[in-house]
Design a protein around this ligand. Structure first.
Ligand SMILES: [Zn+2]
Length: 430
């Protein structure tokens, strides 16, 4: 009997122990759970507090801003045919003496006659409808701001330019150009890609559906006007049938912006056979009856018929050694290239602004425009290639191979292209 009681006692003792253990365990875990709940809540509260603080901060800065700065209402006025700065100020009800004071102040820095129809003048009015400021663009880079508070005060400032690099990749279904436009790429950039690849590709024949184009390029945004200015291509790749053509931008030791493949080989041929687009050959190199004098004469170049104003490209990298009138050649440019080559361009209607003797030009850069100056019967480009002071037939020119980077310059290029490529990939895929 005692045995049984002892046994029962033992069992109940164990059960009690077990019960105590289990209940304590659940208590503990419940406590833990509660604690966690509290911690979680606290965090959320903190977060709310932070958000609240942030909100308050924003609100307070907003208030500060509106206290600091008088709010002006901006009105934009487009200059129409027949408008003058005076007539615009008159229409804004400025007094005569104020108009002349404003104009004479501006004229110290800017010739108002240069303003054209279609340009915008902004006026800023305060709450009482008084004009306190007039702004207009001097050019694409500069804004002129006329403050009219108490005294006239001119403020000329550079527009804010922010530089960006952008990468894009697309598959051609129609053409490099039209698919590029569909993918939001600027025509300026597409024209550059085409001219870059035109040395290796025939765009009518080589480009197929499923050709992959991958590019990165630089552009600036003018913050005040929202205008975009496209600059150099940094990287361009075209993959056709699994074969890749790749170019990287690199500024060479002699200062030319140029494009090279991964091996450091220049992708351009050193001199263009045809330094303009869409032209047809109207007279070949060699002996011919001169159309004006009637005598048989050696024609020392090739004539390309093209409409007046068609842009003419530098045939290769080089230094401009002649710009100006040159007898029967009319308006004329000559460029000195490496390796004993020169190219000459005659009968131009005009030179590209800024082209002058001693200037360094890059292949494909516009230097002038087709015309009919000098002894010429109609608009055309007379193009000469001179090798060691002898005229050679541009169409039969055996092109010397382009530049190949070596030694330290090659090392520098390899470091540069790896950075360009890594940036390109990260912009495409991140
Ligand atoms: Zn000619």
């Amino acid at each position: 009997m005692f045995k049984i009681l002892r046994y029962l006692f033992l069992v109940s003792l164990i059960s009690l122990g077990y019960y105590l253990f289990v209940s304590e365990y659940f208590n503990l875990s419940k406590k833990n759970f509660l604690e966690r709940e509290i911690v979680k809540k606290k965090l959320v509260e903190d977060k709310n507090e932070i958000i609240q603080q942030k909100k308050e901060k924003v609100v307070s800065t907003n208030i500060k801003k509106s206290v600091d700065k008088v709010q002006y209402v901006q009105k934009k006025i487009e200059i129409l045919q027949g408008d003058t700065f005076v007539s615009i100020l008159e229409s804004l009800n400025f007094k005569k003496e104020n108009i002349y004071a404003i104009i004479s102040e501006i004229e110290n820095f800017f010739d108002l006659k240069k303003m054209k129809t279609g340009e915008i003048i902004s006026v800023f009015e305060n709450n009482f409808g008084e004009i306190k400021k007039i702004e207009f663009f001097k050019n694409n880079e500069t804004i002129i701001s006329v403050n009219l508070d108490k005294e006239i005060n001119l403020n000329i400032r550079e527009l804010t330019k922010v530089s960006f690099i952008e990468s894009k990749e697309y598959t051609i279904t129609e053409s490099l150009f039209s698919d590029g436009i569909k993918n939001g790429i600027s025509p300026d950039i597409l024209v550059k890609i085409i001219s870059l690849f035109s040395f290796d590709l025939d765009f009518q024949r080589d480009i197929r559906v499923d050709t992959v184009v991958s590019i990165s390029y630089e552009f600036d945004e003018i913050i005040e006007t929202g205008r975009l200015e496209y600059n150099d291509i940094k990287y361009a790749s075209i993959i056709i049938d699994g074969k890749q053509l790749e170019y990287f931008k690199f500024v060479t030791a002699d200062g030319y912006v140029d494009y090279f493949n991964r091996e450091g080989k220049n992708v351009k041929k050193s001199i263009l056979k045809t330094p303009l687009d869409g032209a047809r050959i109207s007279s070949n190199f060699g002996m011919r009856k001169h159309p004006i004098s009637g005598f048989n004469k050696m024609h020392k170049g090739v004539d390309f018929a093209a409409p007046t104003g068609t842009p003419i490209y530098a045939g290769g990298n080089g230094i401009v050694e002649y710009v100006g009138r040159n007898g029967g050649y009319g308006k004329y440019i000559r460029i000195r290239h490496n390796n004993g080559y020169k190219t000459a361009y005659a009968h131009l209607s005009n030179y590209k602004k800024g082209i002058s003797k001693g200037l360094r030009v890059n292949q494909g850069e516009v230097i002038g425009y087709v015309g009919s100056t000098g002894n010429s019967t109609g608009p055309h480009l007379h193009y000469e290639i001179i090798y060691q002071n002898k005229h050679i037939n541009p169409l039969k020119l055996k092109l010397p191979s382009g530049k190949i980077l070596e030694g330290k310059e090659l090392e520098k290029f390899k470091n540069a292209y790896k950075i360009i490529y890594a940036d390109h990939l990260s912009m495409l895929y991140e």
